[in-house]
Design a protein around this ligand. Sequence first.
Ligand SMILES: Nc1ncnc2c1ncn2[C@@H]1O[C@H](COP(=O)(O)OP(=O)(O)OP(=O)(O)O)[C@@H](O)[C@H]1O
Ligand SMILES: [Mg+2]
Length: 597
Amino acid sequence: MAEVKEPTHGTVPPLKVVIRVLAPYARPHLWVLVLALFVTLAGSVAALLMPQVLRQLIDGPITTGDRGALLPATLVVLGLGLFEAAMVFVRRLMVLNTSTRIEYKARMALFSHLVDLPAAFHDRWPSGQLLTRVTQDLNLVRRWLAFGLIMLINDISMIIIGVILMAGTNWILALVFLAGSLPLVFLMVRFEEQYRKLTRRAQDQSGDVATVVEESVKGIRILKAFGRASEALERFGGEAEKLRDLEVERGQADARIFRWLVLIPNVVIAVCLALAIWFASFGWVSLGGVVAFFATATILRMPLQFLGYLISFSLDSLSATSRFKEVMDSPVTVADPETPVAPAQGGRGARLEFRNVKFKFDDQGPGEAPLLSGLDLDVAPGERMALVGLTGSGKSTLINLAARFYDVTAGCILIDGVDVRDLTRDQLRSQLSVAFEEPTLFSASVRDNVLLGNPDADDDVLAEALQVSASEFVESMADGVDTVIGEEGQSLSGGQRQRLALARAIASQPRLMLLDDPLSALDVHTESRVTAELDRALGQTTALIVAHRPSTVALAHRVALLDRGQVVAVGTHHELLATNERYRYVISSFETEKDAA
Ligand SMILES: Nc1ncnc2c1ncn2[C@@H]1O[C@H](COP(=O)(O)OP(=O)(O)OP(=O)(O)O)[C@@H](O)[C@H]1O
Ligand SMILES: [Mg+2]
């Protein structure tokens, strides 16, 4: 099994790797990008032709005093100027639509992969790292494809064409210009090496900053309650400062190269000017030629100076693409089987079997004992089995394994005799539903939240689910079942959230229900109402219910006791009470809790 890796602080990959990564999204739009490049080049060539017209004008009509030629020449200059402006406009128009589409496709692919990735991946990757990859990094790549890459090719082409045109005027001057600019190449190579190291670190750091913000905002109540807001600020400040330092380092590297990119062409132009005047005194170069040479050199100053920025932009983008690639390359370890087995067409309730199940989390050390070490359990169709064990004994993990959020390390879990790994995840989800102690709600209406697993269900199903879970509080909400509950249902009480999560599990009308202590936040009276309703509503549905209270245990036909990685006893509550010392010990901890309540 491929292992889930943690986010790495990687390096900037070579261009060919990046091209391979972006190709699937960019390929259908490649022709637009190539066309945009040609449009840009056409505009640049028009700009470079202007000095040539000027040269003809000075050496021709201006020297000879031919007024008749002035108008056509002026019109040509004007035409070239207008053409250049039009090309810039057309390029922008072309790339906007295309690059945003590429960005959208890559973003969709990334998100779809994210939701496909196993729970083990999300256990390890900080949310801020994912957030910045989905938003900031892909945005950067889009701007690079639309602008940076095209301008980089355009600027290099412009410098080459410009130097050729200069050579047409006077090859010695062109050679001096070229030789004078050579140190820039050396400086740029050195800059690239330095910048390469900085850019990835800065992007990773920006992900760490986002993680701190996310965690603090999510835990804002706890931070406030424990008066820890200032510590959170301090921690954030630490991360933000690291980011700032990296940005400063990046900026300094930029500034160092920029200084040379401005200075060197200016010095070279000054040297060429002295030479040109000297050459002109011998008549080796015409007046028009001198003007054209300097006009061209002045035009070339811009792409030369811009080159430093474009190189850093490209490196930023290569690095951002590699961050995208890392997530995309993370394997979907809990994947659909190649040849799925059709789920058995059983009755209302499914049979659930755990056979010699062993399980170890990826981040458990090799020396650590597995959490589950050969666990066997058989839940018959229509049976309700309570799962009891001390805290940390692995009850939630068992539920997670049955729902295939993780895969077993050894052994197997069968639903109606079919290994859960032989079902597609859709097939599996259609068989079962889950409700956790920590309910998860989305910023959507109550209806959408409850019918999440069964979106086509009618209002009767919704009403029944709400009734069973004693969620009558919904009626008094502003828009009833259409009330939109805030982000993560924060506007609801813990017990209300739990009841809606339970309603969701009921509404999907599964054959197997996995309930992880779903009533823990309810008061005793509401709990007994829900328990009675649930008893009726579950009917023939098979259920595995993690129980921390005697009243929840009472809902079950039999109880399984989980201890030291195994199911050590199965029986009715009364049988186990009478025969099992360990069970009495575990149950006595419930009683204490109840007394305290
Ligand atoms: N994602 C994870 N990665 C690594 N270890 C984990 C992970 N989730 C749980 N564990 C460990 O596995 C053990 C069992 O956890 P689990 O949540 O299954 O216990 P539980 O029986 O449900 O406890 P409780 O009654 O407190 O809910 C714990 O020691 C926990 O630290
Ligand atoms: Mg638990």
